[in-house]
Design a protein around this ligand. Structure first.
Ligand code: ZN
Length: 105
């Protein structure tokens, strides 16, 4: 992290920080057998980002029949996080920073 941002510019949220209003949603769920009973449901497969009230994920998948994990905020950290949802959840400023080629096109 650099400290070169101008003071009047809002500091962009890092990709690693969970979004407070985005929840994990997935097509499948499995029991987490890692701990002790009762086993929690955990996402199986790709973890998409979903905002309450929406009928689609951030990346545009229809969520009918999917499982929302209310105790999980969407985060870019897990390797199973949907890349398109990660990109869509980023503030526009950091999106340009991450992908300068697309921003200039
Ligand atoms: Zn997605």
């Amino acid at each position: 992290m650099t400290a070169t941002l101008a003071p009047n510019v809002a500091r962009p949220r890092t990709a690693a920080a969970p979004s407070p209003e985005l929840y994990v949603i997935a097509t499948h769920k499995v029991r987490d057998r890692g701990g002790k009973p009762p086993f929690r449901w955990v996402p199986y497969g790709v973890e998409h980002a979903w905002k309450p009230g929406e009928r689609q994920t951030l990346c545009g998948e229809w969520t009918s029949g999917w499982t929302v994990f209310w105790e999980r905020r969407f985060s870019a950290q897990p390797s199973t996080a949907c890349p398109a949802c990660i990109e869509a959840s980023l503030p526009a400023a950091s999106r340009r920073r991450l992908d300068p080629l697309r921003a200039s096109a």
